[in-house]
Design a protein around this ligand. Structure first.
Ligand code: GLC
Length: 432
């Protein structure tokens, strides 16, 4: 048998006339013919980047998306939690040229800058007018720039006042409506040793400081920049009074001195650890605090204000834009469309307690069963205060953060700080 096989082999070798290289090419073609269909079935990678806290919370949604769309691999790169650090990372990527991100997970305040720089695709045709109706107006408007639409709204946001129901009940107080009530209750609960601190807010020099401050400005009847006329209101007496109010919370020991270094997460932890009666933060805190030692002992309400003024909730929120340099805009769009869908938003919100961008979800029975305050939240976010939607927003906010921080840490008086901030802002806005 063995000999027979050898004979066949030798006969075959003798009879073979093709040169070796031809065989090499034939084998390569064969390998490619088998491998190419396998390669082309590899999912397309669609990349984005977001804050670490949220990346973890996207896990189930990401898995559900990939299960329904096996041809797309959604890759989420983790970034720090402060919004302007994420903005800086995206900005450097775009300035370097070919951004590695197909999708930009955009804070509402970045839209004018990113759109004006030409870093995003106009989504107007993919997301035409009638399809925008079910979304909150502020979230859609916040995604537009000079008539184009650059961001699919995913989750909305609005600043709120959190308070400890048990502490207020113990001391016989109703939740405060005015700044004066907020201070008086704080002072009394601290004096009675019911609370360590009265009021905690985001005082670090970053975007969260500007977001928090527009609420205090609104409550004092002041404004930052009028987007239509570019008028600057920071040195008006009401705006200076707003800074004096914040500064007084530190001077009087109602807020800890460290408040000038806190971003959202530091303030959330202090609230959850039972350190304060009042907290200014976004709605995401509610579901996390519901799992903490203060569970069932807190509630939220609109921010305090002067007796003759109204509450202002800062309009925040996040959504997806498609990078102008993406090689996979269609696949990127499918991700943006998916996360904005009612079903995906609902599942995400049930898990995390973020604020929907679709109006119908605020009264969805399953969501209201879990978050009874959602119908009230709709009113708050529908009447929110915008940070000025202008292309120079990033520089304008930098100026405000710098001078506010100087005033809050005692390096400048509120008056001198706001006068300097107003001057610099005017010169930026009049330059273009
Ligand atoms: C929240 C808001 C965002 C804001 C940021 C400030 O993430 O949604 O709009 O800029 O807080 O820290």
């Amino acid at each position: 048998m063995k000999q027979r096989l050898q004979r066949i082999w030798q006969r075959w070798r003798r009879g073979r006339s093709e040169p070796r290289w031809l065989w090499a090419i034939a084998s390569l073609v064969l390998v490619l013919a088998i491998a190419l269909p396998v390669w082309s079935q590899q999912p397309v990678k669609v990349r984005t980047m977001m804050q670490a806290l949220e990346k973890a919370q996207w896990q189930s949604m990401e898995a559900a998306f990939e299960a329904e769309n096996p041809d797309i691999d959604l890759e989420i790169i983790e970034a720090p939690n402060d919004t302007n650090l994420v903005e800086d990372l995206y900005t450097s990527a775009f300035l370097l040229g070919d951004s590695p991100y197909d999708l930009v997970y955009l804070d509402i305040v970045w839209v004018p800058k990113f759109a004006a720089a030409g870093w995003l695709l106009d989504l107007s045709d993919r997301f035409p007018e009638p399809e925008r109706d079910p979304f909150l107006e502020g979230d859609v408007d916040g995604g537009t720039y000079q008539g184009g639409l650059y961001r699919m709204p995913f989750r909305s946001d609005g600043g709120m006042l959190y308070y400890r129901t048990d502490m207020l009940t113990e001391a016989g107080y109703e939740p405060p409506e005015t700044f004066t009530e907020l201070i008086e209750i704080s002072r009394d609960l601290q004096a009675q040793d019911i609370a360590e601190w009265g009021y905690i807010w985001q005082g670090k020099q970053y975007e969260g400081l500007s977001a928090m401050f527009v609420e205090i400005l609104a409550g004092f009847g002041a404004f930052w920049v009028n987007p239509d006329t570019l008028e600057v209101g920071l040195d008006a007496p009401e705006a200076i009074a707003a800074v004096e109010f914040l500064r007084s919370t530190i001077d009087e020991g109602i807020s800890p001195p460290g408040v000038t270094t806190y971003a959202e997460e530091e303030t959330r932890r202090l609230f959850q650890d039972g350190e304060t009666v009042f907290l200014r933060n976004w709605p995401y805190v509610a579901s996390l605090a519901a799992d903490s030692e203060i569970a069932g002992q807190f509630a939220i309400k609109p921010m305090a204000h002067l007796p003759n003024e109204a509450s202002g909730a800062c309009q925040g929120g996040w959504g997806l834009g498609i990078s102008a340099t993406s090689r996979h805009p269609d696949e990127a769009w499918r991700v943006a469309e998916y996360i904005s869908s009612e079903a995906a938003q609902k599942a995400f919100i049930l898990e995390t307690g973020y604020v929907p961008s679709r109006r119908s979800l605020f009264t969805d029975p399953d969501l209201v069963a879990k978050y009874p305050y959602y119908p009230q939240l709709l009113e708050v976010v529908e009447n929110s205060v915008l940070r000025p939607p202008i292309a120079q927003y990033a520089q304008t906010s930098d100026i405000l953060q710098r001078y506010l921080s100087a005033a809050l840490t005692g390096r400048m008086t509120p008056e001198a700080a706001m006068q300097a901030a107003a001057r610099e802002t005017r010169s930026i806005l009049n330059r273009d």
